[in-house]
Ligand binder design. Sequence first.
Ligand SMILES: [Zn+2]
Length: 360
Amino acid sequence: MSESRQPDHLDFLFRYMNNASPTGYEMAGQKIWTEYISPFVDEIRSDYYGTAYGVINPQHEYKVVIEAHADEISWFVNYITDEGFIYVIRNGGSDHIIAPSMRVNIHTPGGVVKGVFGWPAIHTRKGKNLDMAPSLENICIDIGAKNKAEVLEKGIHVGCVVTYQDEFFELGENYYCGRALDNRMGGYCIAQVAKLLSEHKSELPFGLYFVNSVQEEIGLRGAEMIAQTIRPNMAIVTDVTHDTRTPMINKIEQGDIASGAGPALTYAPSIHNKLLQMVIDAAKEEEIPYQLSVASRSTGTDTDAFAYSNGGIPSTLISLPLRYMHTTVEMAHKHDIENLIKLIYKTVLKIDPGFNFKYF
Ligand SMILES: [Zn+2]
């Protein structure tokens, strides 16, 4: 980032993206997020596990949720050898294949300790070891300590979380790139919807809940909790989906989704067809580009947590196409981000609390 002053929303975007918010430890990110949206909502609330939400019209009985998830995948320190090497387990779907030669931050009670995932030199890998693949059994972190005692002295203990050091940046004219755009970009987008509603002084005939859930990456847990707390009448969830135009992705299996071609809307049993149609109508009326995808059984997103709570809550999913999910170089197209914000905003303006979601 340059010294020149940039607009508030971009300042927020960069600060939010560059902050670590590992699953179970999302508080620093939630602080940045709630501070940013608080001028646009009537109330800020949170629950014991850290899910944060801003509410417009808390007095209304009819409740609409717009949701994203706040947590990022990370690692847990699991085992420290006598020589001072640190073995890890996953916290969320962290990819062992990308670990070697990455720089990490180990989050300790006393602050961050830097480390690296080392890897044996190519010269030392003879025969079948030449093509040895990284796995949870062979990747480990080196902090430059001479033994286990020195690792412990630094404040590192079993259970510390570990994130990558990689930061957020603009890649070319059209892309943002970095770690955990999944799904902090969703948190950014719903915050922009709050800002748009505030700027346009939109009067809504319902309570609107901007929810930034924790613990999505380990099984939609934050959304499960907050769905029961808020007990909404409907939910619009944002997450990321795979751009399948990049190399080595099978479109026959994964469908055809391209970055830059608009947010993706999903057909799945947990997606309420009438709510999905409402989103499609908004996209058509406003000429917002969109793409279609389909999920077999579950969507794997917080949509399922809302849909299958409280006796069934009409829910839908609006996804941001993303390249290289769960790596440190996740990429999202700026037009898709803008169109996702616009699509949620325009859909919210169409919501009528008298709408009948019954299928028959
Ligand atoms: Zn994810």
